[in-house]
Design a protein around this ligand. Structure first.
Ligand code: ZN
Length: 194
């Protein structure tokens, strides 16, 4: 009887030890190659044009900035340098986007706004988006967008849509003539019509 109890206890101890060994083996085996899923998503997103918080117009290593039209980027950098003298910092909330990323944003907007028609007030299709061609940038925070609405024309940087006070594109003629009138929203922009 005593032997039987001893064997059961020893068996239980062995089982616990075995589990611990297995557990420690599996954790040490996976940790060196384990990368959190969010890191993968961010890497894929950045390559497609998603930008990390705090991205500036000077961040050449970030595709969302680097793939912008070079004249637009030059104007943004001149404006950002002058704005900094006024104590205003520009951040890039969105710049160049891959067609796939634009498509993803459009799908999200359709599910958020409930229809393609309503989503089209905010997000263009990949074949029409000025973000996909590298010709548009969304500037934040609102104090920076406000600085641009006041001073942007001098750099050729213009607000295009009344409903998107953060969305800027290059209109070189604005330096001499001022920015053109804004469209109420993208549906009124001839470029967005089929
Ligand atoms: Zn935009």
């Amino acid at each position: 009887m005593r032997v039987a109890v001893l064997l059961v206890v020893l068996g239980a101890i062995a089982a616990v030890l075995g589990l611990q060994v297995l557990a420690s083996f599996s954790s040490t085996a996976t940790s060196p190659i384990h990368v959190p899923r969010s890191e993968h998503r961010r890497a894929l997103g950045e390559a497609g044009g998603a930008v990390p918080d705090g991205t500036t117009v000077f961040d050449d290593e970030i595709p969302g900035v680097a793939n912008l039209d070079s004249d637009l980027l030059g104007a943004l950098r001149r404006a950002a340098t002058d704005a900094a003298h006024d104590g205003v910092e520009f951040s890039v909330d969105s710049g160049w986007r891959s067609p796939e990323y634009q498509e993803q944003l459009l799908r999200e907007a359709i599910s958020k706004y409930g229809s393609e028609e309503e989503a089209s007030r905010w997000v263009a299709t990949p074949d029409r988006s000025a973000h996909v061609s590298g010709d548009a940038v969304d500037i934040g925070p609102s104090v920076a967008a406000a600085w641009l609405s006041e001073h942007g024309a001098a750099y050729g940087l213009c607000l295009i849509y009344g409903n998107e006070p953060w969305h800027y594109e290059l209109r070189p003629e604005a330096i001499a003539h001022g920015c053109p009138r804004t469209y109420a929203d993208p549906r009124h922009d001839p470029r967005m019509q089929q």
